[in-house]
Design a protein around this ligand. Structure first.
Ligand code: KG4
Ligand code: ZN
Length: 348
């Protein structure tokens, strides 16, 4: 049972370190972002074509104290002004999770402020409650490098899984497709850019599960189909071929997402929810944003999508989810262990 207790002038510092971004931010309960510091390690991983956990953990160690200092300076605050220290405690790469939670626990111990372990997915899920004041319940499409899920969000820590991927996450499909085309990691943004010059009708790609009456996704067949096209084109592949593959791929992803969100809206009964929310790194993608906005409008539901910079991993989402949990007295204690695997449905 969640009790709303703490309600005024709350200021929370949040730390994100679950993957390849070190983020530190400070937010308050007036929906203000007081500081937002982000260090992206992408350049360090790009040469390997994906995130190297050991490099990621080391880079978090090198940056985390600097970013906390900068975040306090940017907000013109000291640690005394902070009510709680939130950090991503999972899911994610264990090395990074240890760096962020250990740092947060140390600050908590030194300042006698509560430590708030935050689920990274809940960070994405609640982001629009800061930016758009989204009311519960809402329907969430969470699309990132590691997840593709449709959830009914009833409250903080209260999630019902409506659909999920049975193989690859959508961001993973973007990144693997980009890799097949020789584009840099992470490839999502490059695919979006290349798609602008391409013909989305040139290649017919599979839309797995689209005719099945459920809200699940499957993306590995799509990736294999792109691999076959690339292999068939071989060394003769032109820039225009690449543009057309990207456009066809992106159009297919949009179609699948629209189909599955419509099924979810039918299932949860659209008028009973307050908004459709899009979140996670793939929610930066403009055609996906526009398609979901259009679909929500057609169903007479509001559509809330955070600014692109708040869709990819950042400290603000962790600070905000920390604040929402703090308000409900959902703080952790110092022996809370990071969880590499931690589904949203296991928060209570
Ligand atoms: O949420 P996020 O920053 O990290 C995870 O929690 O996974 O999401 C990263 C993912 C990557 O797969 C990246 O390629 C994808 O988001 N992404 C995009 C775009 N920008 C980032 N995918 C499609 N279009 C974009 N513009
Ligand atoms: Zn994420």
């Amino acid at each position: 049972m969640l009790n709303a207790m703490k309600n005024e002038n709350i200021i929370i510092l949040g730390i994100e370190s679950s993957c390849d971004e070190t983020g530190v931010a400070i937010v308050n309960d007036k929906h203000e972002i007081l500081s937002n510091q982000l260090y992206t390690q992408i350049d360090q991983h790009a040469v390997y074509g994906g995130v190297v956990p050991e490099i990621a953990a080391r880079a978090h160690v090198e940056k985390i104290d600097i970013l906390v200092k900068e975040a306090l300076k940017e907000a013109n605050l000291t640690l005394n002004d902070i009510d709680g220290i939130a950090a991503t405690a999972g899911p994610g790469l264990i090395g990074g999770l240890f760096v962020g939670t250990s740092f947060a626990k140390t600050l908590s111990l030194a300042t006698d402020k509560p430590f708030i372990p935050v689920n990274h997915l809940e960070g994405h899920a609640l982001m629009s409650r800061l930016t758009h004041k989204t009311e519960f319940p809402f329907l969430l499409l969470l699309v990132s490098g590691g997840h593709s899920q449709i959830l009914l969000v009833r409250d903080v820590a209260d999630y019902e899984l409506i659909g999920t991927t049975i193989d690859d996450a959508v961001g993973e499909a973007f990144d693997k497709t980009a890799k097949l085309l020789g584009l840099p990691y992470p490839g999502g943004a490059y695919i979006e850019k290349f798609s602008k010059e391409g013909n989305p009708k040139r290649f017919q790609l599979p839309r797995p599960l689209i005719h099945e009456d459920n809200c699940n996704f499957s993306y590995s067949g799509l990736k294999s189909a792109v691999r076959k096209i690339v292999m068939d084109l071989g060394d003769n592949i032109t820039e225009q071929d690449k543009y057309d593959i990207c456009a066809s791929f992106q159009k297919t992803v949009v179609d699948i997402i629209v189909n599955k969100i419509q099924r979810a809206l039918d299932k949860v009964f659209a008028p009973s929810i307050n908004a459709v929310v899009l979140s996670g790194g793939v929610a930066r993608n403009t055609p996906i944003r526009e398609a979901v906005e259009k679909l929500a409008e057609k169903n007479g539901v509001e559509c809330h999508i955070p600014d692109p910079a708040l869709c990819t991993d950042n400290g603000v989402m962790i600070a905000w989810a920390g604040l929402e949990n703090y308000k409900l007295e959902r703080e952790g204690n110092l022996d809370f262990k990071p969880k590499p695997r931690w589904p949203l449905t296991e928060l209570v």
